[in-house]
Structure formats: structure tokens, C-alpha cells
Write a protein that binds this ligand. Structure first.
Ligand code: SF4
Ligand code: SF4
Ligand code: SF4
Length: 272
């Protein structure tokens, strides 16, 4: 049973958040919401331990479709970064703000960028594209993420400054148009750079939160140097160009690890 500690831990963390939010906000939706997400991610990790090759895809689709379709389109909540700014500014601690706090700001202190590997609805589609590993050297254009981050903030601030009416409707359309734009840019970049995760590496504004927080992540993959034979297989299969054989927090592209476990799965010596 020892090998199932990770899905059990994830279930425990999400269930704790679910019960705390339910009791604090007297709203049973939070119990359902976080229990569902916790179960989906735990199922993905459990299937991975059972060697099911599409384990991560199962979790990505379960969480991603739920967030995109049920919370976003049916529930009319803008779950993109502009939705986070909007709800934060009007002082509403609700779906988008809680989602950002748990998955993208404070959660990464525990589970790093697990969101990016197992749950993101943008990557859920991008991971179906053909370029699963990096085929070109990394580009020096990661600064674009700060522009998209600033643009999302300026967009929402401007809406308040001009006194836009019907903000909820604007946020709904921003969510719809924003997602279409993310998918389009993500797919084009994947083909141009031959890299499914190019959008994550260079454009995604959420990484401005994710990267620094995941630097301190409790959950991280480590290399057992006594087993490693320096074959380089782990670096070859890594979609995010992380040097996982280096155990320091400053390893190459350390804050890029999305905990997809491709390196672990492919290590011939079980060193990771
Ligand atoms: S970097 Fe952004 S787009 Fe990529 S998986 Fe993470 S949150 Fe999703
Ligand atoms: S795949 Fe395993 S053995 Fe090969 S370099 Fe990576 S950690 Fe070492
Ligand atoms: S280091 Fe391993 S777990 Fe992290 S992104 Fe690369 S392949 Fe995935």
C-alpha cells in the first residue's frame, strides 16, 4: 500500500480544502467542487502508479472539462486570470479567487506545478498535439509572459476606470474569447516551435504566479545519484527541459517542472 501515499495525500489535501471552504462559506458547492477535483487528480495519479499509459490524460480531461464547461460556461465564472483580478477587486472570494489561491498561488508551495501537468484545460488540448518533447533549443522569449500578465491586469483596471456596466457579461465574453485566443496561439506556437508546451513556456500569464511559488514546492522529483547512470533519457523526454538529475532547487529550468512524471516513467534505473 506504501506506493499509494501520493494519491492518498492529494485526496487528503483537497478534502481538507473542501471541508474548510464548505464550513467557512456555508456553501455545499465547495465540498462538491474540491472533492471532485481532488478525486480526479488522485485517480490520475493512482492510474499512473498502476502503469496506465493515459493516466494523466484522464485527470486532465476530468478536471479541465469540468472547469472550462461547468464552472466557466455553464456557471458563468471567468476562471482565467482576468476573472481572478475582477473578483479580487470587487472583494468576492469565490470560485475564481479560490481557484487561483489553491491551484496557482499557495497550492504550488505543496504540489508545485501539478496543476499544469494534471488539470489545466489549456494544456489538456495542447497535450494532444504531436510535439510531446522539445525538438528545438529553448527560445529567449519567456518575457512575453510578463506582457500577457500585465495586459490582463490593465484590461480589468481599465474596465473599472471607464465604469463599464454589466461587468459580469463582459467577463463571460472575456472568458470565451480569451480561451479561444489561448488555444489558437498555443496550437500555432506548438507547430511553429515543434513543441506542445511552447505556450506554457513563453506566453502563459499564470506562470508569473506558478514559477516563483513552485520553486519552494514540497513535492518534487529527486534523483538517486547512486542509481543514475547518466544516460540522459530523462532530459530527452522532459517536455519542459528540466535537468531533473540535479537535486538542487536551482537546477536548470527548475520552476518549469509540471510533475508529468515522464522522466520517472522513462528512467531505466528507477533513479527518479
Ligand atoms: S503554464 Fe499555463 S497554460 Fe500551461 S499548463 Fe500551466 S496554467 Fe496551463
Ligand atoms: S534517465 Fe535515470 S539513469 Fe538516465 S540520466 Fe536520468 S535519472 Fe539517470
Ligand atoms: S522533470 Fe520530469 S516531471 Fe518534471 S516536467 Fe520534466 S519530465 Fe515532467
Amino acid at each position: 500500500m506504501k506506493k499509494y501515499w501520493l494519491p492518498a495525500l492529494l485526496l487528503f489535501v483537497f478534502e481538507s480544502v473542501a471541508i474548510s471552504c464548505w464550513l467557512a462559506m456555508d456553501n455545499i458547492f465547495y465540498l462538491f467542487n474540491f472533492s471532485y477535483i481532488g478525486c480526479s487528480v488522485a485517480i490520475g495519479v493512482f492510474l499512473y502508479i498502476k502503469n496506465y499509459k493515459n493516466a494523466r490524460r484522464v485527470a486532465q480531461l476530468l478536471v479541465g472539462l469540468y472547469m472550462l464547461i461547468y464552472i466557466g460556461f455553464i456557471g458563468n465564472e471567468n476562471m482565467q486570470i482576468e476573472g481572478f483580478w475582477y473578483y479580487l477587486f470587487i472583494g468576492v472570494f469565490d470560485a475564481a479567487t479560490i481557484h487561483y489561491a489553491v491551484a496557482k498561488i499557495f497550492g504550488p508551495l505543496i504540489f508545485g506545478r501539478g496543476w499544469c501537468g494534471f488539470a489545466c484545460w489549456t494544456a489538456m488540448i495542447l497535450d494532444f498535439l504531436p510535439y510531446k518533447t522539445t525538438q528545438q533549443p529553448r527560445k529567449r522569449i519567456g518575457w512575453i509572459r510578463y506582457i500577457t500578465f500585465a495586459a490582463s491586469l490593465i484590461f480589468v483596471v481599465l474596465l473599472f476606470l471607464v465604469g463599464a456596466t454589466n461587468m459580469e457579461r463582459i467577463m463571460f465574453w472575456a472568458f470565451l474569447i480569451g480561451n479561444i485566443a489561448y488555444y489558437l496561439v498555443g496550437i500555432i506556437l506548438a507547430y511553429v516551435f515543434k513543441d506542445n508546451r511552447a505556450f506554457c513556456k513563453y506566453i502563459c500569464p499564470v506562470t508569473v504566479f506558478l514559477k516563483p511559488m513552485s520553486y519552494f514546492s514540497l513535492l518534487r522529483i529527486k534523483c538517486d545519484k547512486t542509481k543514475c547512470i547518466d544516460c540522459g533519457r530523462c532530459k530527452k523526454v522532459c517536455p519542459m527541459d528540466v535537468d531533473i538529475t540535479d537535486n538542487s532547487r536551482k537546477r536548470k529550468n527548475a520552476t518549469e517542472c509540471i510533475l508529468c512524471f515522464e522522466c520517472v516513467k522513462n528512467c531505466p534505473k528507477g533513479a527518479l
